[in-house]
Structures are given as structure tokens and as C-alpha cells.
Design a protein around this ligand. Structure first.
Ligand code: HEM
Length: 278
């Protein structure tokens, strides 16, 4: 039935488990897809964001920050074929939210209604430029610049980065390597527990600077360490390490806000395109 998002959700859940892929789940890469599709938003120009599903198009599809997400998009393609009425923009964000829930995380508020940009009428300004997503090699000033541009505050930033309880870095995608936690397919506050307690040291290798625990099993990016080294961020990270319920509540609200960025809603004039008369 056209418009049955519950059925799409069931189909997304059904493909998550994949024993021969990474740690056995497509969940983490779906969360990254939803986040990167949304995180291009610029509140000043009101451009970018999840509406449009513009990651299908150059230059966004070729942004180095999006390396590997072509796999996530391909894994979702059979679901798009089965439910052709759903837009890619809705499907990608719904997949991220569904994956978080299915991996033990909080329920994320999600609403349908995103549209897809038509490739036939595409102009250069419809696709966000490269460089809007955070650079993992940088510190707190950069992290703040990028997330403030999307419209987030410090508490929301720290909550969102807690998604690194999931998944891993791939040397053939970002150049970094390894998971952040021992449970990369469980959504939890493990990331904050480890970030704030482990004795992190520089990894000895030829790759980009990253931090590892003494057994070289777990990792942190320089941008993750910024959360520990910045006093404001660190205070929030310690709170989340102690109290998973507070983290879940804050994360659900922040991720729900993330996937709404740039989505015009009739009842929210501030978020609507300038041309609309509300
Ligand atoms: C993976 C950077 C924030 C969710 C990654 C990777 C990098 C990265 C370099 C590895 C990609 C790969 O090699 O496959 C950053 C930086 C951030 C940030 C610099 C901000 C300062 C976020 C946020 C979310 C998120 C806000 C979601 C709310 C994920 C997930 C993965 C991931 C789930 C694992 C993907 C997989 O296993 O395939 N991130 N990230 N990240 N990121 Fe982030």
C-alpha cells in the first residue's frame, strides 16, 4: 500500500542483520547515511539538509566525507524498488532512525514529507558544496563552527557524537581504522564511558593521527578527543557516561532535529524556503 511507512520500517529492520558485513549489521552505516544527508545544512543560507536526497548527485556524491555511503544507498535500493512511492530523502532518514531503534537506542521522532530533487531540473545551487561535514582531523573550534552552522548547541553536539558508540572507521573510506566501542552494533553510552576513562594514546602507524587504547583495539578520532579536551564538552560527556537515560533522551531529540534540517514544514515558517508564502 502506498504510504505505509510502517511496512518500509519493517523491511529496513529485516535487512539490518548481515553476518558477512563489518560487525554483522548495516545499522551503523545507515545511521551515518542519515547523518551525512542531513548535516550539510547551513542555517544562514537555508541550503543543504536531508530534503532533496542530493547525495545522489555530484559534487555531494563525490565528497570525500561521504566515501563508503554509496554502499548504504545501494543496500537500501531494493526497498526503494519495493516501495517506489517513498522518496529517497524519507527512506535514508527513516533507515537511520529505524537502525538506532533496532540496535537498542531510543525511538527517534521522524516525520515523512521530504521530496527528492528531480535530476532533470537540477541546478548547481541545488546540491551543497563539499566541505560542509566535519573534518575528523580537527578540534573543538572546527566542530563548533560546523555544528553551530547547522543550528546545534554544545549539548546537542556532544549528544550527537555519541552515535560513535556504533560502527567503525574503514581505512579504505576515511583512512582511519577501528571501532570506538566493544559493542559497535549496540546503541548505548559506551562511547562516553570509554572516552572519559581509557588512557588514549597516539596510534603508531603510517595512517592519519588517531588515538587508541593500550591494546590497540578501540579508537578515537582527533575530533572525538576534542570532546574530552574541551571543558564544556567534557562536562556533558561525563554526564552522559554516568546516565544513559539522559543521553538517550537528549540524543533522540537532537537526531530528530538533525533529520528535519532543511525540510520545509507548513507549520514552521522559520524552516520553510524563503519564497513560500505562509
Ligand atoms: C563513522 C567522523 C559525527 C555517526 C565516522 C567515520 C569518521 C567520522 C571519520 C569513519 C567513516 C569510515 O571510515 O567508514 C565524524 C566526525 C564527527 C562525526 C569528525 C563530528 C565531529 C557523527 C555524528 C553521527 C555520526 C553526529 C550521528 C549522529 C557515525 C557512525 C559511523 C561514523 C554511525 C560508523 C559508520 C560505519 O560503521 O560504517 N564518523 N563523525 N558521526 N559516524 Fe561519525
Amino acid at each position: 500500500m502506498a504510504g505505509d511507512y510502517g511496512k518500509v520500517k519493517e523491511d529496513i529492520k529485516a535487512i539490518l542483520k548481515k553476518p558477512d558485513y563489518d560487525d554483522g549489521s548495516l545499522g551503523p552505516v545507515f545511521v551515518r547515511l542519515a547523518w551525512h544527508a542531513s548535516g550539510t545544512y547551513d542555517k544562514h543560507s537555508r541550503t543543504g539538509g536531508s530534503n532533496g536526497a542530493t547525495m545522489r548527485f555530484n559534487p555531494e556524491s563525490n565528497d570525500g566525507a561521504n566515501a563508503g555511503l554509496e554502499h548504504a544507498r545501494a543496500f537500501l535500493e531494493p526497498i526503494k524498488q519495493k516501495h517506489p512511492w517513498i522518496t529517497y530523502a524519507d527512506l535514508w532518514t527513516l533507515a537511520g532512525c529505524t537502525a538506532i531503534e533496532a540496535m537498542g537506542g531510543p525511538q527517534i521522532p521522524w516525520k515523512a514529507g521530504r521530496t527528492d530533487k528531480d535530476p532533470k531540473n537540477l541546478t548547481a545551487k541545488d546540491v551543497p558544496p563539499n566541505g560542509r561535514l566535519p573534518d575528523a582531523a580537527q578540534g573543538q573550534d572546527h566542530v563548533r563552527d560546523v555544528f553551530y552552522r547547522m543550528g546545534f548547541n554544545d549539548r546537542e553536539i556532544v549528544a550527537l557524537i555519541g552515535a560513535h558508540s556504533l560502527g567503525r572507521c574503514h581505512s579504505d573510506r576515511s583512512g582511519y581504522s577501528g571501532p570506538w566501542t566493544y559493542t559497535p552494533t549496540r546503541f548505548s553510552n559506551q562511547y562516553f564511558k570509554l572516552l572519559t576513562t581509557v588512557d588514549w594514546r597516539k596510534k603508531q602507524w603510517d595512517g592519519p593521527l588517531q588515538y587508541v587504547d593500550e591494546d590497540d583495539e578501540l579508537m578515537m578520532l582527533p575530533a572525538d578527543m576534542a570532546v574530552l579536551w574541551d571543558p564544556e564538552f567534557a562536562k556533558i560527556a561525563k554526564e552522559y557516561a554516568k546516565d544513559q537515560d539522559v543521553f538517550f533522551k537528549d540524543f533522540a531529540a537532537a537526531f530528530g532535529k538533525l533529520v528535519e534540517l532543511g525540510v520545509p514544514r507548513a507549520n514552521d515558517p522559520g524552516n520553510a524556503p524563503k519564497r513560500s508564502k505562509l
